[in-house]
Design a protein around this ligand. Sequence first.
Ligand SMILES: [Zn+2]
Length: 251
Amino acid sequence: MSFDVLTSGVGNAFSQRHWGTHFLVRQGDFVLGIDCPDSYRRALGEHGFQHDGGTLDVDDLDGLVITHLHGDHVNGLEMTLAYRRYVTDETLDLYTTREVADVLWDRRLEVSLGQTWNGEEYRSLGPGDYYDLHEFVWGVEEAIGPFNMTTRRTTHHIPTAALRIETDSTTLGYSCDTAFDPDLIEWLEDCDLILHETSPGPAHTDLHKLADLPASIRDKMRIVHLPDDAWELEDEVGLTFAREGEIYEVE
Ligand SMILES: [Zn+2]
């Protein structure tokens, strides 16, 4: 069954023109976010994705996947959780790897979200006040609403998950942040649509490596995590860059 990919950010960590790479998958009423950069609500609002009779917002999320803890993928989490707690009064289903789960609260969120003032006294808060955590097991399929998701560890500075997001007949592949890795390409090869990253440096993928792939793979690839100076190369390398604000149908 087909589903939508709402492409909300296609930039890399240092982009001045684009949001950090993140997207949402939607089937019917079910919305699953994949990563959330700085000013996440503003990014969603800017694109004006329509959902349930209004503009898609963080209260429409049925779950959120965190691929890794670099800020361009996760800096929006703190305010997303605070908004859900203090404005819409609902916890969020969070999906991530064990490596992220092990440190997410203690080393990332507790310092800012772990205490609240109710006008009379300070109160300590814990992760359960904000989210329900679901840990992926590497390589094992996990059901999330209408989707089945499988993770594969990439070659990156810190533990990072590539994703296969599937319904019964349709699959989206996401490389996430990674050095160029032929085994990862093979893992993604049979997907109907592939989002693949690029950026400079040893822990990312050189655009020209992707340009050398067979047309059968390149044709279903949309490039994300783009540095600003890559855009002038799009025609030269023969790859298609993903566009912010686009909704791709995976079918
Ligand atoms: Zn990264």
